[in-house]
Design a protein around this ligand. Structure first.
Ligand code: SAM
Length: 255
């Protein structure tokens, strides 16, 4: 599939398509993997995603008191970040998970009920590019392994800025690019052969996992993404690389 010259384009893995088509293809991927998503995360990252998510939530540091702290977790999928935030925060911490995939949201809501967190973690279907919340609604906006799936990233970042209160916190956890010479070749070999193969064994289809790997490679390097966050209006933008640069945590403030 190729894109014509007149429409905004987006990368879907290594293929360039019209932005409008990218979302439909991404949705197909997550509809297929929703029920095995958590299991696959553990297998593909050898459990590392748990440490990255713990680190991300520790950095957010939700208040332990009963003070109201409203968090929007966009592309929150099956709730891994939301549950960690709810557990780390006090009674006043509430998380709204907004994800475009009804299948991922259904899985997340089921898990929340199972873990006794349904009262503090609310799940809804919503698009990061068109958030259905009034301006200045949240104290924090989080997005983990979600932003690279969104076709129009500047639009999503603009939405993040809009829904945050003044002094609101933006945090993004996303795959990045290996910064250790020599490790890249090993990481590539693992990513392009092992991950789709494991995906095929567990879910019966390797293609969604090929997309996931390709979309990581086409996502901007950390300094470039930091500039995009600043361009959306955020102040004190910073990033931290984890695990040899495979993952980055970006942050900023709405001042
Ligand atoms: C890799 S999963 C991450 C899930 C979760 N945040 C985690 O860390 O486990 C990516 C999620 O992004 C969601 N997504 C993709 N495009 C989106 C969009 N435009 N708006 C909201 N969510 C989107 C997908 O449905 C999927 O649940």
């Amino acid at each position: 599939m190729t894109a014509d010259q007149t429409q905004p384009t987006a990368a879907i893995g290594f293929t360039t398509v019209k932005q409008a088509e990218k979302q439909a293809l991404v949705n197909e991927v997550f509809a297929k993997v929703a029920q095995r998503y958590d299991q696959m995360n553990d297998l593909m990252s050898a459990g590392l995603h748990r440490l990255w998510k713990d680190d991300f939530v520790a950095m957010l540091n939700p208040p332990k008191s009963a003070r109201a702290f409203r968090v929007l977790d966009v592309a929150g999928g099956t709730g891994d970040i939301a549950f960690r935030i709810a557990r780390a925060g006090g009674k006043g911490t509430e998380v709204t998970v907004a994800d475009i995939s009804p299948e991922m949201v259904a899985e997340g809501a089921r898990r929340a009920a199972g873990e006794g967190l349904a009262g503090r973690c609310r799940f809804m279907v919503a698009n990061a590019e068109a958030l259905p919340f009034p301006d200045g609604s949240f104290d924090a906006y989080t997005i983990a392994f979600g932003i690279r799936n969104v076709p129009d990233i500047p639009r999503a970042l603009g939405g993040a800025f809009r829904v945050l209160k003044t002094r609101g916190r933006f945090q993004c956890l996303e795959f990045s690019h290996v910064d250790v010479p020599g490790l890249e070749a090993i990481y590539d070999a693992y990513s392009f052969t092992v991950i789709p193969a494991v995906g095929k064994v567990v879910t019966g289809d390797g293609q969604p996992y090929r997309y996931l790997v390709e979309s990581i490679r086409t996502f901007p390097p950390a300094p470039v993404f930091a500039e995009m966050i600043a361009e959306a209006g955020f102040s004190r933008v910073a990033y931290r690389l984890l695990t040899a640069g495979t993952v980055a945590i970006h942050s900023g403030w709405r001042i």
